[in-house]
Design a protein around this ligand. Structure first.
Ligand SMILES: Cc1cc2nc3c(=O)[nH]c(=O)nc-3n(C[C@H](O)[C@H](O)[C@H](O)COP(=O)(O)OP(=O)(O)OC[C@H]3O[C@@H](n4cnc5c(N)ncnc54)[C@H](O)[C@@H]3O)c2cc1C
Length: 482
């Protein structure tokens, strides 16, 4: 036990960074010696933390954070017991006075954290919690009537008017650590990496960790943000920032992103913003909105925000669901998206909307089965944003796409992937098909298909449903429940 200085624990969860980390900075400023820890307890974690693809990310992100602590002369300690037992043991074995963490907002996480806070305080331990992942706390933003927002535009206006203009906190230059031996486990003991080789290709697309997050952001601000408004809807282009997994795991904070965008605008002397940057920041706003809705309406992970949708007679057809998951629906834009997801752990936002609409409205599958698949396969799986996104496509959520708006997968493909580049990238068996037919191979003349080496139903599936008929069937059901 340290003779001279008192000790504190920094409990990392989804704040896997040292820059702009209020919990870390406050712990250092308290003058105490730090014990940084990360706990992975299956029972606690399954409720709110990570599906399989996210576990891949988490492993590599923890490795990076551990390396950063090692560079400062310390160690990130890993534990598998329940968080409360770990902390109680550290308090017993070391002279721990205080615990620092950044807040989480998922219903199960709030329950866990409130229980932990109460029992630590009852035991006379200081607890300091901070906002590490949002621009504004969900309870700070309300309508004039004092209610939570359910519509994005006034919500975002309110947030923008009151964003903290402070610069993000710098990463600490020096950290003093508790140096006594601490009994912990190894990162590998968490068994986060998938057993199959499915995620092996992820490294080609991603660099988890704080440094990777900042490199991606700089690259996007240098090369993409000014054109973001015009380019963001085209899945074959690199028109978006791909910050979502970095944001989810807190390798970067939204405050750091907003600040970097502002620095870019100042450099270009665009004091009143510009369309690319404004649109980009409003997408960060949609993320905030997702957390606002999740916090105030926690039941939306299970039930529709608009209760009438709970009576929707979903057609729970396991075969159709499987074909959708495998990218074998016969609609190229849907299948390309689902295959991009499987290969990279990510899918372009426009295509997420198309595949979501197709599952909920063409195949009449409960949006929750889509949300569950995304949860397991996305590296950016995030309870707030995934719930918001799925309820949006199903028409049952906050500020949602109206149910009667059924995305037409052929028209969407022709509009947002006019040359079929995205389709050819993810569905090689269609690569020889001329542009005219690439989004509707079933309409192509037989000789064209033959020349392209395609035999529908054999090399590539026939469409699983007729979109026009499926649309009418969905609208007829909607008429009954609305
Ligand atoms: C059905 C469906 C499910 C989704 N599931 C998730 C999810 O699990 N995790 C997730 O992070 N996003 C989810 N989204 C939102 C969005 O698709 C992704 O955030 C975006 O594609 C990430 O790519 P990007 O970082 O390049 O985005 P950019 O376009 O570069 O946007 C920057 C950031 O803004 C936020 N953002 C952008 N669009 C949205 C949005 N529509 N809703 C909320 N936040 C947004 C993200 O944090 C994103 O990283 C979902 C959308 C839909 C339609």
């Amino acid at each position: 036990m340290s003779e001279s200085k008192k000790i504190c624990i920094v409990l990392h969860r989804r704040d896997l960074r040292l820059g702009d980390n209020s919990a870390v900075v406050s712990a250092i400023e308290s003058g105490r010696l730090l014990i940084p820890i990360f706990v992975w307890n299956r029972q606690e974690s399954e409720a709110c933390d990570a599906g399989s693809a996210s576990c891949w990310w988490l492993h590599h992100s923890l490795l990076e954070l551990g390396n950063q602590y090692a560079k400062q002369g310390g160690e990130l300690f890993f534990f598998r017991e329940p968080t409360q037992s770990v902390i109680e043991r550290l308090i017993r074995e070391h002279d721990v006075e205080a615990v620092y963490w950044n807040r989480r907002y998922e219903p199960d996480a709030i329950k866990q954290d409130s229980g932990l806070k109460k029992s630590l305080k009852d035991a006379g331990i200081e607890v300091h919690s901070f906002n590490g992942s949002l621009l504004r706390e969900p309870w700070e933003v309300e309508t004039k009537q004092g209610d939570p927002y359910q519509v994005f535009t006034p919500f975002w206006k309110n947030v923008l008017a009151s964003i903290d203009p402070d610069k993000p906190l710098s990463a600490p230059e020096a950290i003093s650590f508790e140096k006594v031996r601490i009994e912990s486990c190894k990162l590998d003991d968490f068994n986060l990496l998938p057993k199959l080789d499915w995620a092996d290709s992820f490294h080609e697309y991603w660099t988890p960790g704080e440094q990777g997050a900042h490199e991606s952001l700089s690259n996007f601000i240098r090369n993409g943000i000014d054109d973001y408004k015009g380019e963001r809807d085209f899945p074959a282009k690199s028109g978006t920032s791909r910050m979502s997994p970095h944001l989810h795991f807190g390798e970067i904070s939204p405050r750091q992103i907003c600040h970097a965008v502002q620095v870019h605008l100042n450099r270009k002397r665009k004091d009143n913003g510009q369309p690319g940057a404004d649109t980009y920041l409003s997408e960060i706003g949609w993320r905030e909105f997702g957390y606002h809705i999740l916090y105030h309406f926690p039941h939306t992970t299970e039930k529709s925000l608009k209760p009438k949708f709970d009576d929707f007679p979903w057609d729970n057809n396991a075969k159709d669901l499987k074909k959708w998951q495998q990218g074998m629906t016969g609609y190229p834009i849907v299948d390309a998206g689902m295959r991009e997801l499987w290969e990279t752990g990510w899918m372009h936002n426009r295509v997420r909307m198309i595949v979501g609409s197709f599952l909920a409205k063409d195949l009449l599958q409960n949006w929750k089965s889509g949300a569950e698949w995304f949860w397991d396969t996305l590296v950016d799986a995030d309870l707030a944003n995934n719930t918001l996104g799925w309820q949006w496509v199903a028409g049952s959520g906050a500020d949602a796409s109206p149910y009667f708006r059924v995305f037409n997968p052929v028209l969407q493909g022709e509009r947002y992937d006019p040359s079929g580049k995205y389709i050819r990238q993810w569905i090689p068996e269609l690569s020889e098909l001329p542009d005219k037919w690439i989004h509707k191979p079933w309409e192509a003349p037989k000789d064209v298909l033959k020349d392209a080496g395609i035999s529908l139903g054999e090399t590539y599936p026939e469409p699983l449903v007729d979109h026009q008929e499926a649309r009418e069937a969905a609208l007829a059901i909607y008429e009954k429940i609305k």
